[in-house]
Design a protein around this ligand. Structure first.
Ligand code: SF4
Ligand code: SF4
Length: 77
């Protein structure tokens, strides 16, 4: 099963990944990060298809996707 990791301390709360996810499984937290932003989080990881669109979309390289034994982050594929 793919896994998605959001680095909440690099997230600036722009919500681009939330809008981009074709599965609609990303949402914004109700808590603030140490930088004072609401951050993205995965709320139903079992439905993730490992498409990496969230990682590609994130302008702050705050998302990593782990699928098929490989970890993908922006510019590393
Ligand atoms: S890898 Fe694809 S399905 Fe999974 S959270 Fe990211 S955009 Fe959504
Ligand atoms: S696209 Fe990146 S910076 Fe924007 S909300 Fe998602 S994880 Fe945070």
């Amino acid at each position: 099963m793919p896994g998605v990791t959001v680095d909440k301390n690099h997230c600036k709360g722009c919500e681009l990944c939330v809008k981009a996810c074709p599965q609609g499984i990303l949402s914004m937290s109700r808590k603030l990060s140490v930088r004072g932003y609401y951050y993205a989080e995965v709320h139903d990881s079992s439905r993730c298809i490992g498409c990496r669109i969230c990682a590609i979309t994130c302008p702050d390289v705050a998302i990593e996707v782990h699928t098929h034994g490989t970890t993908y982050s922006l510019f590393e594929y």
